[in-house]
Design a protein around this ligand. Structure first.
Ligand SMILES: Nc1ncnc2c1ncn2[C@@H]1O[C@H](COP(=O)(O)OP(=O)(O)OP(=O)(O)O)[C@@H](O)[C@H]1O
Ligand SMILES: [Mg+2]
Length: 464
């Protein structure tokens, strides 16, 4: 109950109203006591006036008058003389005197609270101005029992009244809160849930209708967000359909090209010198076209499977990659170097790591070969407390501007003739699958260096 907005609101209203009632309660109980005592003074004076009017008064009548006034005795002070008007026996001595002539608010509050707290019945003396004869002082003694009783009864009435007021106010506020805030919020939540079920359905986009300006602003913001999301989803769907179509076309095209390749191979031995001269070019271009369709198909297979992590000797992977690439070199102009601590072990999917490093080393090799100069490719492995790192650097010509602008973006960064522009994008995807990242550390005419960073921390299934 307290977790809901309405519950909290009701509870807080009751607490706050009670709190303010306590602030009212304290001075009003003090005032109640003062009124009570002044009333007693008035009553005592009326009794004494009866006596003053008639000197001969029977003891019975005196007793009756005192009982009516609810006091033990009454003393009138006039011109410094003290006149005992009415008197009766007191069950105990006077324990305190209260002067009601000009009482301060603080004193009244203090005395009233003290009376409430003290349960013992006492006899007190009260001094005050009589109402009907100015200049005369009146002094009386009385028991505190009826005073305290009435104070308690009054206090209970005030508390009950405050409780009724606070519950009533709370209920009213709650009703208003429900109508103006809770119900509109529930409506918005309902619309969000409906939208979440079918975000591509534009009819489910929220239509702002709240009367509260803050909530309406939120509704408009939500509407914008949902509209953008819905159109992005539609676009994505169209792209997915397009991708599927491209994959199908690539597939068939590759089959056709493979057949063409078979024929073009035999064209080399043609008797026609023009045909046999152009045949090798045709063969190379067909091979390129096949490689492009295969790359597209591979990329179209969407996501790479999650890595199957195991501990691998990084040195072994370096060796294998370098050996393969060396084998593909047309000359001995490129030197391969590995630099890593002996026996360095890292946790990764060996197959995927191999592919990622191969892509980078191959790029470096192709870049150096394109310059027809000597070059060097260095693979460096090392670690920090949190990461394993692999740097692939070369002394090649550096990244062309276009490749740099579209780095790691599939198909877009291709500069090299014959390249598909997929290598770096795939490598990045593989390393991201490990929770890591590939960054370009630097690239200029002296060479290029890429850094692969693999986190050591165990990855949750979700991250993978
Ligand atoms: N070490 C490097 N030195 C110079 N240029 C590079 C280097 N690595 C990448 N590049 C440039 O970046 C481009 C993109 O590389 P990427 O590996 O993504 O595609 P690709 O090599 O063209 O094709 P693919 O690898 O799919 O056959 C390359 O065409 C090349 O121009
Ligand atoms: Mg490449």
């Amino acid at each position: 109950m307290l977790k809901s907005l309405s519950g909290r609101f009701l509870f807080l209203t009751i607490v706050f109203v009670m709190l303010s009632e306590v602030l009212i309660f304290v001075p009003s109980i003090a005032q109640f006591r003062a009124d009570f005592l002044i009333m007693r003074i008035e009553r005592a004076q009326i009794a004494s006036l009866a006596l003053l009017a008639d000197d001969i008064i029977s003891t019975d009548l005196e007793k009756e008058l005192l009982e009516n006034a609810d006091v033990f005795n009454v003393v009138l002070r006039r011109d410094e003389s003290r006149e005992l008007i009415l008197s009766s026996d007191m069950p105990m001595p006077v324990s305190a005197t209260f002067d009601m002539r000009k009482p301060g608010a603080a004193v009244l509050i203090r005395d009233a609270l003290a009376r409430l707290i003290n349960p013992d019945t006492e006899i007190i003396r009260v001094i005050g101005y009589p109402k009907y004869q100015a200049g005369t002082l009146i002094e009386l003694t009385l028991s505190t029992a009826p005073l305290r009783e009435e104070m308690i009864a009054f206090g209970l009435r005030v508390l009950l009244f405050s409780a009724v007021i606070s519950i009533f106010t709370g209920m009213l506020l709650l009703l208003v809160l429900r109508q103006t805030i809770v119900l509109p919020i529930k409506r918005v939540v309902g619309q969000i849930q409906a939208y979440a079920h079918a975000p591509e359905d534009a009819r489910r986009i929220i239509s702002p209708a709240s009367g509260i300006s803050e909530l309406r602003e939120a509704e408009y913001a939500l509407k914008d967000m949902q509209s953008q999301l819905t159109s992005a989803l539609k676009q994505k769907e169209r792209l997915a359909q397009l991708g599927e179509a491209v994959a199908k076309i690539s597939h068939d095209l590759r089959n056709i090209l493979t057949t063409v390749q078979l024929f073009s191979d035999s064209l080399g031995s043609s008797a026609d010198p023009r045909v046999s001269r152009l045949a090798p070019k045709l063969v190379t271009n067909v091979a390129r076209a096949i490689s492009l369709t295969e790359g597209t198909l591979a990329f179209g297979k969407a996501e790479e499977p999650p890595p199957r992590l195991s501990y691998v000797q990084l040195g072994d992977i370096f060796e294998e990659v370098m050996e393969n690439e060396q084998g593909l070199c047309e000359s001995d102009d490129i030197t391969f170097k590995a630099d890593l601590p002996a026996g360095m072990v890292i946790r990764a999917d060996p197959e995927q790591l191999h592919r990622a490093i191969t892509n980078m080393v191959r790029n470096a090799r192709q870049a150096i070969e394109a310059t027809s100069k000597k070059g060097e490719i260095t693979l460096r492995g090392y670690e920090t407390d949190i990461d394993w790192l692999v740097d692939v650097s070369d002394s090649g010509p550096g990244l062309p501007e276009k490749a740099r602008r579209h780095l790691f973006r599939a198909f877009q960064g291709r500069v090299r003739t014959g390249g598909t522009g997929l290598g770096l994008a795939i490598s990045q995807e593989l390393i991201r699958g490990h929770g890591g990242v590939i960054e370009l550390l630097g690239s200029d005419e002296q060479g290029t260096c890429f850094r692969m960073r693999l986190p050591k921390g165990r990855l949750s299934d979700k991250e993978i």
